[in-house]
Design a protein around this ligand. Structure first.
Ligand SMILES: Nc1ncnc2c1ncn2[C@@H]1O[C@H](COP(=O)(O)OP(=O)(O)OP(=O)(O)O)[C@@H](O)[C@H]1O
Ligand SMILES: [Mg+2]
Length: 288
């Protein structure tokens, strides 16, 4: 099953003037997210509409025009929102917006309680174990560090076991060990539990290492929706969307250009890039 947005136009400005001028903050002709096995990166310049898009996916925002269809049912003004919030779990860009209880355990059990799942506290404890924060159980969330708050916020969404887990720049504020652990954990969830993951990220290494599909936004428009590696082969698109290349790709592209090397620069892991360069070096020696 899936979540689909079609012919959606959304604006934060609902004034008559904005409507007459056709101003919008996000426009989506057609976007489908499957509820299993997806690992999607949403990328784009700051202010391009990444967070807005994810808020439309679980009906935190209601578009002026267009449809949201969840599991083949259209979400209307009269639809109950609890099932879609359960299906699409969203970890906010700013975790403190998500926390509100006076202890971590209460905060994390809130979702499972709200969705009337069995044994909310046990689900909360499981999620805390996964995030390695059981020691924070009785702390007040507002006294935690930024990175700890982020982990609590992620555990709070995980505890409700969504089909589609959306994380808005989840590694910001985490140290490199926690960052790696979180990404590996998401990979494991995706591969072994088949949960769909959507990550908003500015980190192109994360896109090539973890994501299968990438959605590129520019000024509220989807410029690209496709394979996450193929994306970097489109130089014009990368420039147009103001995206970075992964560091390795930048080095490969520069080496290819400067030394006119006969290599495929689109090798996204260090070992494949090494082999590609080695091949060119050996060929070079043979020519001498
Ligand atoms: N609550 C709001 N009210 C009015 N305008 C908003 C609101 N939230 C976002 N915007 C505007 O909508 C546009 C898209 O914002 P959004 O937060 O979706 O961007 P983003 O791609 O997530 O950016 P970033 O990488 O900085 O998080 C921006 O121009 C932003 O200023
Ligand atoms: Mg954002």
């Amino acid at each position: 099953m899936s979540v689909n947005l079609s012919q959606v136009i959304f604006s934060y400005d609902s004034s008559r003037k904005a409507r007459i001028n056709g101003e919008y903050y996000l426009k989506v002709d057609n976007l489908t997210i499957n509820d299993t096995n997806e690992f999607i990166a949403i990328v784009g310049h700051t202010g391009s509409g990444k967070s807005t898009l994810t808020h439309l996916l679980n009906r935190l925002l209601v578009p002026a025009k267009g449809k949201l269809v969840v599991d083949e049912k259209e979400i209307t003004k009269r639809s109950k929102l609890l099932p879609i919030r359960k299906k699409v779990g969203l970890v906010f860009q700013f975790p403190e917006y998500q926390l509100f209880e006076d202890t971590v355990i209460k905060d994390i059990s809130f979702g499972p309680k709200n969705f009337k799942l069995d044994n909310p506290e046990a689900l909360a404890m499981d999620a805390m174990k996964i995030m390695g924060i059981t020691n924070l159980k009785d702390r007040n969330p507002f006294t935690l560090s930024g990175g700890q708050m982020r982990k609590v916020a992620i555990a709070g969404i995980l505890a409700s076991k969504p089909d589609i887990l959306v994380l808005d720049e989840p590694t910001v504020g985490l140290d490199s060990v926690s960052k790696e652990e979180l990404l590996e954990f998401l990979k494991d969830l995706n591969e072994n539990k088949h949960i769909s993951i959507i990550l908003i990220t500015h980190d192109m290494e994360v896109v090539t290492k973890y994501c299968k599909r990438a959605i590129v936004l520019k000024k509220g428009n989807i410029l690209y929706d496709g394979d996450s590696l193929e994306l970097f082969k489109d130089e014009k698109l990368i420039e147009d969307a103001h995206l970075d290349y992964p560091h390795l790709t930048r080095v490969m592209l520069e080496l290819k250009k400067k030394y006119n090397l006969d290599i495929d620069p689109y090798k996204f892991d260090a070992h494949s890039a090494f082999l590609e360069l080695e091949k060119a070096l050996i060929k070079g020696e043979a020519h001498e």
